[in-house]
Design a protein. Structure first.
Ligand SMILES: [Zn+2]
Length: 102
């Protein structure tokens, strides 16, 4: 009789653990699936540039100064920023005199 009760209790506990495990999987799985689906839906093709404003970053001799701007390359389909590059130019008295590499 004691043994039977012990068995029933352990089976009940096992079901409780299984039930908990299932509940956790059900809660997490739909969210991660959605994330994967959203990313897989877009191949991020044809990035197009979104130019930030020119900003003075360095004063040089002879009235010259260096300006820099950020270029965010966005996916043409979903608009996600894929990567960021920078462009630097040399200015003199408000005139662009030379574009240099980032
Ligand atoms: Zn995209």
């Amino acid at each position: 009789m004691k043994n039977t009760i012990k068995k029933i209790v352990s089976v009940a506990m096992a079901f409780t653990l299984l039930g908990t495990g299932t509940a956790i999987v059900k809660t997490i799985a739909p969210q991660s699936n959605n994330t994967i689906t959203a990313d897989a839906a877009c191949n991020h093709n044809m990035p197009r540039p979104k130019y930030g404003p020119w900003k003075k970053v360095e004063n040089l001799y002879g009235g010259r100064y260096k300006e820099r701007r950020e270029i965010k390359w966005c996916c043409n389909s979903c608009g996600k920023v894929l990567y960021t590059t920078y462009e630097t130019r040399i200015m003199k008295y408000g005139k662009d005199i030379e574009v240099v590499m980032p």
